[in-house]
Design a protein around this ligand. Structure first.
Ligand code: BJW
Length: 227
């Protein structure tokens, strides 16, 4: 089984900004303000404005060729797709089962009862939870200091994998940043597909824009798509 971990670089060519590249999201916003539970407690309006703007941006984005190629890899080779991205572009490209370990922009979460639901286009601090009625809503995304989703499933997937592939992620945020070493330690082959080299210890790598290197690599694995 091929285990694919994706990051913001996968969606960069769809117009969604990365975090740590020059001009990226963390060059314009302080992550302590907008991506921590403490930042949300201090100023929920600022945080919701940040996510409302990103939700609107993501709603207008279209998948690129890399999303399409990974959806094909899932369909034709049963690849496991794990993304750190909060957009829905892999699903928009036809992927059936994507594990969003850092949550989703289009979901809202109740801080009281932990139910999640489809987020409205614009969230505001006075929205009530449709389940328990609490005015304790937040975006259903994983902030620093919070536990990512699906770690048991991810651990099981890494244990079954024959190949671990990281696409468009800088490998700076844990626990995802540790998957390559966990895979290597378990004897799994590792491959990096990125615009440029990161600090991860990969057995093999292809560098270039995701919309080029990902489809080319998927074609190598599966053969060219039937037209
Ligand atoms: C292209 C391209 C193109 C560009 N084509 N490529 C030490 C050990 C363990 C943990 C910690 C530690 N020290 C601190 C921690 C905790 C912390 C952490 O990792 N901090 C680091 C900064 C050090 N982690 C956490 O708090 C996490 N929770 C946690 O650890 O819980 C406890 C736990 C313990 C043990 C086991 C399990 C759990 C939670 C992290 C939550 C991260 N949240 C965010 C925001 C999500 C919501 C939102 O979107 O706003 O997630 S931060 C942000 O970074 C977002 C991303 O998913 C994440 C990763 O970023 P990504 O995707 O790699 O993007 P970039 O911008 O960094 O890189 C882009 C890459 O694309 C680059 O390489 C480019 O070259 C490339 N690229 N264009 C191909 N066209």
């Amino acid at each position: 089984m091929i285990f694919v971990l994706t990051g913001a670089g996968l969606s960069a060519e769809s117009g969604l900004g990365t975090f740590r590249d020059a001009g990226g999201i963390w060059s314009r916003y302080d992550l302590e303000d907008v991506a921590t539970p403490q930042g949300y407690a201090r100023d929920p309006v600022r945080v919701l404005d940040f996510y409302n703007a990103r939700r609107a941006n993501a709603a207008g984005a279209r998948p690129n060729a890399a999303h399409g190629a990974l959806a094909r890899l899932e369909r034709e080779a049963g690849a496991m797709l794990v993304t750190q991205n909060v957009d829905g572009l892999l699903e928009a490209a036809g992927a059936a089962d994507v594990l969003h370990m850092h949550g989703r922009l289009d979901r809202a979460l109740c801080n009281r009862c932990r139910r999640s639901w489809e987020a409205p286009e614009v969230m505001c601090p006075f929205d009530a939870c449709p389940n328990c009625g609490a005015q304790a809503v937040r975006p259903d995304v994983v902030w620093f200091g919070e536990m990512p989703y699906g770690l048991d499933e991810i651990e099981a997937g890494l244990a079954r994998a024959a190949l671990f592939v990281a696409v468009g992620t800088s490998g700076t945020v844990y626990p995802a940043a540790g998957f390559v070493d966990a895979a290597r330690d378990a004897g799994v082959a590792t491959l990096e597909l990125n615009l440029e080299r990161t600090g991860g210890r990969f057995d093999d790598a292809r560098y270039g824009p995701a919309s080029e290197v990902v489809p080319a690599w998927v074609d190598e694995v599966l053969g060219p798509p039937r037209t």
